[in-house]
Design a protein around this ligand. Structure first.
Ligand SMILES: Nc1ncnc2c1ncn2[C@@H]1O[C@H](COP(=O)(O)OP(=O)(O)OP(=O)(O)O)[C@@H](O)[C@H]1O
Length: 248
């Protein structure tokens, strides 16, 4: 299970004179949690957007699960299992947590979002929706309208929504953003057991989270991969310490 599921090959994206990705090359092994770290403006979010298909790359290639997906749309990548985590804005605020997950399961089954009412009434979606809510620790909140959920719970629901689409690989851009320490710990405990089934590429500023969760870390500086290695290798890498980590 150590073959790469994702290969990023010389990916470039320029915004005017700024090369946000500049020949970015790294690969992610199947079933691992791989973190992308680096200083502000290093190109982490740009890389995630290029990999999800939201941003079209200027040059370079992306291979996912044996296929060249470089020119594929967001939807086509998602249908193949390469999925970015949902933002709360894509949730339906007037619906309950369970309704939202049911809609996400239904959309994965090939129905469009115009069958919202059907998703609410379709009892065959209830059991899988409850199972997913349990997986993210939200069983007690299944019947709550999502506007009444705390911030951390909304992030857990975002994770539930993306799990409902049965991804092979998740692109997680700051899943702990805006969370307090206990919420952040809880999210870590939710992500950890997904490993193996789901490969994860994680952008996260909290180095405690990164070093506790990641199997492999790639350090980005100015749109390029400065180093890739295990947390211990990255911690000990003199070039990384100079460029980014300092005395961490
Ligand atoms: N849409 C855009 N238009 C112009 N410049 C952009 C755009 N998006 C990103 N950039 C620039 O590209 C560079 C990389 O930005 P990006 O947001 O990918 O970095 P980042 O590593 O995610 O940063 P942060 O840690 O602060 O979130 C920055 O110099 C940024 O200003």
């Amino acid at each position: 299970m150590s073959d790469p599921i994702l290969e990023v090959i010389s990916l470039t994206k320029c915004f005017g004179a700024i090369a946000a990705s500049d020949g970015l090359t790294f690969s992610v092994k199947r079933g691992t949690i791989h973190a992308l770290i680096g200083p502000n403006g290093a190109g982490k979010s740009t890389a995630i957007a290029q990999l999800s298909g939201e941003l079209r790359s200027d040059t370079g290639r992306v291979r996912f699960d044996g296929q060249d997906v470089t020119r594929w749309s967001v939807d086509k990548r998602a249908r193949t299992g390469l999925q970015r985590s949902y933002q709360i804005t894509s949730l339906l605020p007037e619906f309950t947590a369970e309704d939202n997950v049911a809609v996400a399961i239904q959309s994965q089954q090939g129905h469009s979002f115009r069958f919202l009412e059907d998703a609410r009434k379709d009892h065959s979606l209830r059991t899988p929706a409850k199972k997913i809510l349990k997986r993210v620790g939200l069983s007690d909140f299944a019947d709550f309208p999502i506007t009444s959920l705390a911030h951390g719970q909304q992030r857990q629901l975002e994770l539930a929504m993306v799990l409902a689409t049965a991804p092979t690989m998740l692109l997680l851009d700051e899943p702990m953003a805006g969370m307090g320490q206990s919420e952040s710990l809880q999210m870590m405990e939710l992500l950890r057991p997904l490993k193996g089934d789901i490969t994860m590429l994680l952008v996260e500023h909290d180095m405690d989270v990164v070093f506790a969760l990641a199997d492999v870390i790639t350090v980005l500086v100015k749109g390029q991969a400065l180093a890739t290695g295990t947390p211990d290798e990255i911690r000990a890498d003199p070039a990384v310490r100079r460029a980014y980590l300092g005395e961490y």
